[in-house]
Design a protein around this ligand. Structure first.
Ligand code: GLC
Ligand code: CA
Length: 560
């Protein structure tokens, strides 16, 4: 591939760093992370060499789903600060050359939002049509599965209107009716408000769900979580996104990324190809959902490297000619990368966490890197349901209990897969509560913080933290890692992930040993070189026809 043929964009070259504000840094001792806390850590954020910060929702919210239930889209959550703090934060980021992407949560709002409070009063209320309803005189509504409702039903009866409202997520998260042009106009107007403030983009929460099927038909033979794919096939999805692009997005130099449940290779181009004029990027869930059954019950597939590689490779080549992808392992909904895909034992934690970061920053697509992964934070592994805050785990626990199911098995699985694993406070140092708060943290700090923390790693040139900084710097200096053609080798090897990135006359080989054992990697002579650009060990054994890799060794090698 030639750079001169590439459609260069700043958001393709960026590394995005995700901040979950609630858990980043508390500044006033109430145990909840806040905007001032982020402001106080701006120099740290800059030191990582990242380009964009994505902030999880910071809008006014009663916090049933930690900010994903918004009661006022133009105001800041009181626990996080106020608009003056936000303006200062945005300015501080921009002064450091960092762009800011906000979460756009418009599939649903909070049940405390003024629109919903009005809507539930009567069918004649002008806001009734802002939501989706099933009139009770039509009988029982057709099955719709809810992610977070205690009874898993996405319909909830409202007495005053004698109708059921739709909520794909919690009861407190009623779905907005995009079919109503007034709703779309309100949303576009709100987006302009934030862009005029100077934000640099939106990560769009479950945006693939915004178009509902006319008349709420029965989805024959589709039950439970299988509905996710159907929800993402709403008939007017692309019409709405194209309209949003015309009305709002095209007027600014910004980036957009869809959170895309239900996106697959067979439908992704409609969403992200340039000619479609919808969104820039999407993140799919296929690799992170390997090994997850319903209710996030875990099976061994998440350790199946061949399946994982095939998914990632298919997505990497899919964007050879149009569209653009993303790479990610952890976010606020998925466990810590080192605990899920790596080996978080004392022996291999640092090496495996560096390896996983290497994959994310050298694979094709814009990396979305989750806070705390740069120091190799691990899963919290809560023992008891009392320790959980997340309504998803709590409601599924209750549901399992009601069904007389195995609650211990659910807890055991959620130690690995539960959302709270990645939501524990950032481990800044070895002082009380890991330096996150002077008060009582809203979610327990993971007990390994005296060992795994930022302060320890600052002073250690070989720490995961400093390795991550080297990676972001290397990526900036090698456009092959961004625009280069992708080619995989040894696809069927169950332990090794190896691929090249080639742009103009540069080829980099990335060798990753996803195992806790030594591995011999036999490759053709043109793939053997000792020009090492980055290595998570001190040395690399290159023989005449193979490389010898240590447990979780990751190397980036320039080929002659
Ligand atoms: C997305 C968010 C998740 C939230 C859900 C409902 O999946 O990432 O945290 O609970 O949408 O808004
Ligand atoms: Ca606080």
């Amino acid at each position: 591939m030639l750079l001169s043929n590439m459609n260069r964009e700043w958001w393709k070259e960026a590394v995005v760093y995700q901040i979950y504000p609630r858990s980043f840094q508390d500044s006033n001792g109430d145990g909840i992370g806040d905007l001032r806390g982020i402001i106080n850590r701006l120099d740290y954020i800059e030191s990582l060499g990242i380009d964009v910060v994505w902030l999880n929702p910071i809008y006014k919210s009663p916090n049933h789903d930690n900010g994903y239930d918004i009661s006022d889209y133009r105001d800041i959550m009181s626990e996080f600060g106020d608009m003056a703090d936000f303006d200062e934060l945005l300015k501080g980021m921009h002064e450091r050359g960092i762009k800011v992407v906000m979460d756009l949560v418009v599939n649903h709002c909070s049940s405390e939002h003024y629109w919903f409070q009005q809507a539930i009063q009567s069918r004649d209320n002008p806001y009734y049509d802002y939501f989706h309803w099933w009139p009770a005189e039509n009988g029982t509504p057709p099955e719709r599965w809810s992610f977070f409702a205690p009874d898993a039903s996405a319909w909830r009866f409202n007495e005053a209107t004698n109708s059921y409202y739709l909520h794909y997520f919690a009861v407190e998260q009623p779905d907005l009716n995009w079919e109503n042009p007034k709703v779309r106009a309100e949303i576009y107007d709100m987006m302009h408000f934030w862009f005029k403030k100077g934000i640099d983009g939106f990560r769009m929460d479950v945006i693939t769900f915004i178009s509902k099927h006319d008349g709420y038909p029965v989805f024959e033979g589709v039950h439970g979580e299988a509905m996710i794919d159907v929800y993402a096939q709403g008939p007017r999805l692309h019409e709405y996104l194209h309209e949003m692009n015309r009305e709002v997005l095209q007027h600014y130099d910004i980036m957009t990324v869809a959170e895309g449940p239900g996106t697959h290779i067979n439908n992704i181009h409609d969403l992200v190809d340039e000619t479609r004029q919808e969104l820039n990027m999407n993140y799919h869930f296929e690799h992170v959902e390997l090994g997850l059954n319903a209710r996030k019950m875990v099976n061994s597939d998440h350790r199946d490297l061949v399946k994982y590689k095939k998914i990632l490779c298919d997505w990497a080549v899919e964007f050879d000619h149009a569209g653009w992808g993303t790479t990610w392992h952890t976010n606020h909904d998925f466990p810590r990368q080192v605990s899920w895909f790596g080996d978080d034992s004392d022996e291999h934690r640092e090496a495996s966490s560096k390896l996983l970061s290497t994959m994310l920053l050298t694979m094709r697509g814009t990396p979305y890197y989750y806070m705390g992964d740069e120091i190799g934070m691990t899963n919290a592994r809560f023992e008891s349901i009392e320790d959980y805050n997340d309504l998803m785990t709590i409601n599924w626990y209750k549901l399992t209990e009601q069904e007389g199911g195995d609650t211990q098995a659910l807890l055991d699985s959620h130690k690995l897969s539960g959302r709270d694993n990645a939501r524990t406070p950032i481990q800044w140092d070895s002082s009380t509560n890991a330096g996150f708060t002077q008060g009582k943290p809203w979610l327990k700090v993971t007990p390994n913080y005296p060992t795994i923390n930022v302060a320890n790693q600052e002073n250690d040139p070989k720490s995961p933290l400093n390795y991550f900084r080297s990676l972001t710097a290397l990526r900036k200096n090698h456009l092959s890692l961004i625009y280069g053609a992708f080619k995989v080798y040894l696809l069927e090897d169950p332990n090794i992930f190896s691929y090249t990135r080639t742009l103009d006359d540069e080829t980099l080989l990335i060798l990753l040993n996803y195992s806790s054992d030594n591995q011999t990697v036999c490759l053709d002579s043109e793939l053997l070189s000792s020009d090492v650009k980055l290595n998570n060990y001190d040395d690399l054994v290159v023989a005449s026809d193979h490389y010898q890799l240590k447990p979780w060794q990751a190397v980036i090698i320039k080929l002659a």
